[in-house]
Design a binder for this molecule. Sequence first.
Ligand code: ADP
Ligand code: MG
Length: 369
Amino acid sequence: MTSSPIVALDGVAKRYGAFVALHETDLAIAEGEFVTLLGPSGCGKTTTLRLIGGFEQASDGRIAIAGQDVTESPPYRRPVNTVFQDYALFPHMSVAENIGYGLSVRSGRLEKTERRRRVAEALALVGLEGMADRRPGALSGGQRQRVAMARAVVRRPRVLLLDEPLSALDVKLREGMQVELKRLHRELGITFLMVTHDQTEALALSDRIVVMREGRIAQIGSPTDLYDHPATPYVADFIGAANLLEAEALGREGDVCAFRLVNGATLRSRRREAAGATTGSRVTLGVRPERMMAARPETGAANALDCIVMERLFHGDCLRIELAPEGGGKPLFAELARTALPATVSAGSRLAVHIDPDDVMVFDAGGGK
Ligand code: ADP
Ligand code: MG
């Protein structure tokens, strides 16, 4: 990070009595970034956002925004604004009044014409021209979401905090609003810090994703970093999906490392992290369902696992196949192109799946779990 971060957490922790909602955490966000906090419900995402917004006091550590220590500052003294999960619009106020409220609270006494201009500008930004006089009750879910966005940006914060901004919308609307969020981020040129439990949303929108687990950061990286090089089985399975296989390292053969699965089958990996596995050590292998390919059992394809098909599920553009490895082991999932599998392959059929050694991820190769 070249310039100083717009948001910096330094050893920030949050405890509620004996319960630790956020363990000591360091995090630096660069000006203009779109960063997402991603993790399952209860992992501390909202807590982190509320600490930055000033709605919670840190139990430990310091928080700086735009170079100022704001650890003790109330929300209105911080150059940030929040779009709350439930939007928190005032039902008795019109759309324009709701948006203008953001200005009156914090910007002191702006001139009336300037206020009106800014509200109109915010309305236009979210595509709600002509809706200024409506009450929130007379708007669709998507429109209410836009009002909440307009109200949050009208004061031109340096950082916009968004707590699951799209979770109240149905799937189709959510996809449309993802594009809108991305456009808004580009047009405003400010920093977005968004909370979501939806990995697809995080992957689609973020410059960087902060994957959280039980009050800690599990891994930070760009969407492609996290997808291609997850640091742990947890991240591998949360960003995308992964089949996780217990295995024992057999040793190196040239640039690949061989591993024995519980059913005795051998899988080879050519990934950089495989090099750390010493012979005899226990590791977890990760294979993404979409990286498995179908092969006929009798062809003896390289790096293949012989399996029995348990279920064949139609997913439109692809088939999702549940497989039981021959000789035992946990069921596996493969995602195959529809054209890759003859219609005759169904529950009970034998099917070998082969995997490119570059696609066999290796975890815990350094030893202990
Ligand atoms: P997330 O947004 O990731 O779903 P939260 O940050 O809201 O999770 O909550 C993290 C944990 O902290 C949860 O176990 C939650 O119950 C707990 N928690 C949040 N707020 C409070 C509070 N005010 N008092 C006690 N526990 C809380
Ligand atoms: Mg939350």
